[in-house]
Write a protein that binds this ligand. Structure first.
Ligand SMILES: Nc1nc2c(ncn2[C@@H]2O[C@H](COP(=O)(O)OP(=O)(O)OP(=O)(O)O)[C@@H](O)[C@H]2O)c(=O)[nH]1
Length: 440
């Protein structure tokens, strides 16, 4: 099984939730009109056809309403020409399109870059929402006749279809909101799906493909591997609430970097919790990477300074610093993090070169407020979303991408050391929606 096949299998179970919801929505208004393909298989040039009588019968429950009252649909879910500028998000050996790294599998979800700091974090975050909106509505048929041929019925058998009207759009919005996609994003996605399709009859697989296309479009701009600089050591500060998966992610990253030929040092910066330090030591052993610890209660900044000194002395490529995640006392945490930063900057004014925020997908919308908070207390440069395996709440990543535009460097898809995968927007969109066809 290919890497991505495996990933898809393990990637969360949101699709089952969406699946069920979509089936209910379509079946609710579905006509048993199965053989009425003539109307649907040759969609006219995309002009909204609110009044177009679609099928001989039975009449749709509600006449398709004017699309105007929806948030302005800006992008037809027109087939994207595979985002010409989309870079392969990560550098796993099996990722198509990546320059075959000299290093062998599994390469870390990182990318070699030249300039130190300065640019990476605040990358001109084109609001993905904006980017997500395709420039202009274009006529679908002209772009993907094969896809439309399939979507609109040619030779397709008995999939129930429902005419796309306002009521159905509202239900779709609701479903997406329930899938943790957030209100704004859900509205935008459904508006884009509606563009040029009002009055058309859609089946569940078609809606999934459309949804997946919209989601992939939102996620593409943020799918970026962690930049790697020629700085020694490159300092990566790892932040996030307790239990989000920081320790595990540090272990997985350390292992991947090592396999990619980098020398790594880990600093166990959550010095107040003995258990956290022990866990990190276990992960360090697994990854074959030294873990610097300090007696319980030591000032984390002092440990970070020592770790920096050691990493510099040893010429280490990377220093991964774990931190505490006690948001209960935000002020303390903020001071602790700023002190760590102040201290390591004495050794390297550009450090930390990356500040990774680790988020737990199972917390749903809570992850959104964690991004907000950590952006305030730390200069977050990128995200890792953990526990996407087996949760039905992966939709929150779409909301986060749409709202914050922070790069998503990697995703956690299990508890084992190699369960850190590069973030692939299309794969993610398919897994989230259960889409199997060509993405619109
Ligand atoms: N299924 C799954 N479990 C994960 C993943 N990442 C981490 N976990 C589990 O989540 C739990 C918490 O992970 P930790 O790495 O200890 O989290 P932490 O943020 O370091 O937590 P503290 O040590 O309390 O600060 C552990 O049981 C991990 O095995 C993932 O991607 N998938």
């Amino acid at each position: 099984m290919s890497f991505f096949g495996k990933l898809k299998d393990r990637l969360f179970s949101s699709s089952s939730k969406l699946d069920k919801g979509l089936e209910e929505i379509v079946e609710e208004g579905a006509e048993a009109q199965v053989e009425d393909t003539p109307e649907t298989e040759t969609p006219e040039q995309d002009a909204p056809r609110p009044d177009a009588p679609q099928a001989p019968e039975p009449a749709p429950e509600e006449p398709a309403a004017e699309p105007e009252e929806r948030p302005e649909p800006s992008a037809p879910a027109a087939p994207q020409p595979a985002t010409p500028d989309a870079q392969p998000p990560v550098a796993p050996p099996v990722t198509p399109g990546m320059p075959a790294a000299p290093v062998t599998p599994p390469a870390p979800p990182v990318r070699e870059e030249t300039p130190p700091r300065a640019e990476p974090a605040p990358e001109p975050t084109p609001r993905p929402a904006e980017t997500a909106r395709a420039p202009e509505p274009q006529a679908e048929p002209a772009q993907k006749p094969g896809f439309l041929g399939r979507i609109f019925g040619r030779g397709e058998a008995a999939a129930p279809r429902r005419e796309l009207d306002d009521a159905m759009l509202e239900q779709l919005e609701e479903l997406l909101i329930q899938s943790d996609m957030g209100v704004e994003t859900a509205l935008r996605v459904t508006a884009n799906i509606a563009a040029g399709r009002m009055g058309r009859k859609l089946s569940v697989p078609e809606i999934k493909d459309l949804l997946a296309g919209e989601i992939a479009r939102i996620m593409e701009p943020v799918a970026r591997p962690m930049p790697i600089y020629p700085k020694k050591p490159q300092v990566v500060l790892v932040v996030g609430v307790n239990g989000s998966g920081k320790t595990t992610t540090i272990g997985k990253l350390a292992s991947q970097f090592r396999e990619a030929g980098k020398s790594v040092v880990i600093a166990a910066g959550d010095t107040f919790r003995a258990a956290a330090v022990e866990q990190l030591q276990i992960w360090g052993d697994r990854a074959g990477v030294p873990v610097m610890t300090a007696p319980q209660g030591t000032d984390p900044a002092s440990l970070a300074f020592d770790a920096m000194t050691r990493a510099q002395a040893e010429g280490a490529d990377l220093l991964l610093i774990d931190t505490a995640g006690r948001l209960q006392n935000r002020q303390d945490l903020m001071e602790e993090l700023s002190k760590i930063v102040r201290v390591i900057r004495k050794k390297d004014p550009d450090a930390p070169h990356n500040t990774l925020l680790v988020l737990d997908a199972t917390t749903g919308q809570n992850a959104v407020s964690q991004v907000e908070i950590f952006q305030k207390i730390a200069d977050v440069s990128g995200l890792v979303m953990t526990k996407l395996d087996g949760t039905a709440r992966g939709g929150v990543l779409v909301a986060i991408a749409d709202r914050f535009g922070l790069p998503i460097h990697a995703i956690g898809v299990g508890e084992q050391i190699d369960d850190l995968a590069p973030f692939d927007p299309e794969e993610f969109a398919r897994a989230l929606t259960g889409a199997e066809g060509e993405l619109a």
